[in-house]
Design a protein around this ligand. Structure first.
Ligand SMILES: [Zn+2]
Length: 372
């Protein structure tokens, strides 16, 4: 659902501002909660129209505050020479997308703290406005939105400072661990572990809340789940990066692969190689050289009654530009080629001949061994 294309609203300080369609959900949720629950209970006796209008205006100002929070991250990042791709509003708030990671813990710290600081400053400004207006005797219809915005921005700052990656507090924690231990990867691993813990703790709290009949907790639980997922993904990515750093393809591939001749039929291939065989795909050889790769799903794409007359060479995936990889290449650089949309295995070539096969399973088992 996060793959939905976002709409470009324009630029602020040269940074593109986008809105994802999923943002509509949270906007409607915030606006309706304000209009039909918060304002009616805090200020009884008002007309529903006044509450609805107040709700919408307050929701707009709330998301403007979120944009200010994300812009602060972005502007500090840009001062440090990091290119900011865009700021996007979506279902769970806002996100500033950077093209690279900060170069050092100091830079990371200032980038991370900038957002919550902006929210705190906004909270203070809204609070002063609210107090000023109410002291001047202006009607609550005018000052109530500012009172709420002061309160909510304060909570945004506080919540984001929870010390778990990918929250801002988690980035501060990572910067601190990084500065103390000098190891960015280890710091990221610990900060994302903390993020997973916080995310799942929020989910657990939400479940308790819902069991007690308070449905408001559903959203809180969803955010917790989202945080846990992001933390887990960044943990896995860092682990992969750490494990594969400096490792060559040749040291994690499966060596000496069984090769299928291109001159046998698919029937023969299924009988002699796939049934009872150990692999679900085989490199294909013809006239002494490797011509491609054939998998069980390649075979299944061909109608069953043609298996007896079709040769392996014809059924194989022969896109060698996509399939071949050099044994000396760095393992982390070939990872994208093992994505689920890729060929499923890469043919590893060394000294001009086939020396092995590399699958996602090879990478996973290497990571597993390293993390034991
Ligand atoms: Zn932030």
């Amino acid at each position: 659902m996060f793959n939905l294309p976002s709409f470009r609203l324009g630029r602020l300080f040269g940074i593109p501002l986008e809105v994802n369609p999923t943002w509509v959900i949270i906007f409607v949720l915030v606006a309706t909660t304000l209009s039909f629950t918060y304002f009616p209970s805090e200020f009884p006796g008002r007309s529903p129209w006044v509450n609805t209008l107040s709700g919408i205006i307050t929701a707009v100002l709330f998301f403007a505050s979120i944009i200010a929070h994300e812009l602060s991250h972005s502007l500090v990042a840009r001062t440090g020479g990091i290119k900011v791709e865009k700021v996007t509003l979506f279902m769970f708030g806002g996100v500033a997308q950077m093209e690279e990671e900060p170069a050092g813990p100091g830079r990371e710290f200032f980038m991370a703290i900038a957002g919550p600081l902006a929210s705190l400053v906004l909270a203070a400004l809204f609070f002063i406005t609210y107090v000023g207006l109410s002291a001047a005797g202006v009607t609550d219809v005018v000052w109530a939105p500012f009172q709420y915005l002061a309160f909510i921005n304060f909570w945004v700052a506080l919540f984001n400072m929870l010390p778990g990656f990918p929250l801002d507090g988690g980035r501060v924690l990572r910067a601190a661990l990084w500065a103390l231990g000098g190891d960015q990867l280890k710091a990221t691993l610990w900060a994302s572990r903390a993020g997973q813990f916080i995310g799942y703790a929020m989910v657990a709290l939400a479940v308790l809340g819902v069991l007690q009949g308070s449905l408001d907790f559903i959203w809180f639980g969803l955010i917790g789940w989202f945080i846990a997922m992001l933390a887990e993904a960044s943990y896995r990515q860092q682990l992969l990066k750490a494990t594969l750093e400096g490792v060559r393809v040749s040291s994690i591939m499966s060596p000496d692969p069984v090769v299928a001749p291109g001159s046998i039929t698919l029937d023969q291939l299924v009988e002699e190689y796939f049934i009872g065989g150990r692999h679900s795909r085989y490199p294909v050889e013809s006239a002494g050289s490797i011509i491609g790769l054939i998998s069980l799903s390649d075979v299944k794409r061909i109608p069953r009654d043609e298996w007896a007359t079709t040769y392996v060479a014809e059924g194989a995936d022969r896109d060698l530009a996509r399939l071949l990889v050099d044994a000396e290449e760095a393992a982390d650089s070939v990872l994208p080629r093992l994505s689920p949309t890729g060929p499923g295995a890469l043919l590893v070539v060394g000294d001009g001949r086939l020396v092995g096969v590399l699958t996602r399973a090879d990478v996973v088992s290497r990571v597993r061994r390293a993390s034991l």
